[in-house]
Design a protein around this ligand. Sequence first.
Ligand SMILES: Cc1cc2nc3c(=O)[nH]c(=O)nc-3n(C[C@H](O)[C@H](O)[C@H](O)COP(=O)(O)O)c2cc1C
Length: 127
Amino acid sequence: MNQEIQLNKDTMIVSETDEKGIILYANDDFCTIAGYSKDELIGQAHNIVRHKDMPKAAFKDLWEHMKAKKVWNGIVKNITKEGNYYWVNATAYCVTKNNGENRLLSVRVKPTAEEINNAIALYKTLN
Ligand SMILES: Cc1cc2nc3c(=O)[nH]c(=O)nc-3n(C[C@H](O)[C@H](O)[C@H](O)COP(=O)(O)O)c2cc1C
């Protein structure tokens, strides 16, 4: 509990959600790092990995970007099923399918120590 899980240099955590943030797809790295099976993740709201240290403002900004069809990038602290945590450098964007439905995609890689330290300092001021 409450231990940091470090991503590898080649880890890429990928997920896809509907317009409400319900998980439709999770790749193997997502399952491995967060400690869930695919079945446990698919159909859940993406806040299943929300860590209490993350300020609301960060996700407000993410959702505003998704609605405006703008690419969002941020440093995010997530919680695993066992109660450990992992930091990611996350990029999220909206894709409109041929049938007009929107899908929200996110790809996450290992952040640098500097990115994490800056985020810790910023989020302390926002919380
Ligand atoms: C594509 C996509 C990826 C997301 N990834 C995460 C994530 O890794 N961690 C997280 O806490 N929230 C993520 N969110 C935001 C959640 O949907 C949610 O807004 C956030 O966890 C805050 O929870 P709340 O809306 O219940 O306050 C993501 C949303 C989208 C659309």
